[in-house]
Design a protein around this ligand. Sequence first.
Ligand SMILES: [Zn+2]
Length: 149
Amino acid sequence: MANNAHAALALSIHDQAGPKGGIAFNQGNNTVYYQKVGTYRATRSGKRVYFTDRTIADISARYGQVFQQQRARAEGHSVAVRGDVGYDLGDRDLAPGNIWIVQLLSRVPWIYNEAGGNSAGISGLNAADKQRYANGLVAAVEICVPTHR
Ligand SMILES: [Zn+2]
């Protein structure tokens, strides 16, 4: 849908919630991923399908910095920014490679957001932490894709 609409920007919004395997909102997993040329995923036959679009990669990298800055400010903790997953997804029994599949298949800038998903003392995010996460995302969207009135 994003490709067909020639979207100016697309987002993934994830968090890591749950009693087991959940990660606290204020520690780790707070990451912004942008698209980078040279990242890939492998097909079943082992052929590597690379992300090759330099124009989109440049825009995606720029937007990634904006998301990192705005999320860190709104969430009140550090947020990492990466041009690749940081490990081989084959280690998780997924198609091997180092770009999230939605970003590989996208022909528009796609910023993939991860966050810790447990607020203090609970499984899942409380309203205040959801609002912090949302505020950073919205601030970044407004900078990357300003509306003209
Ligand atoms: Zn996720």
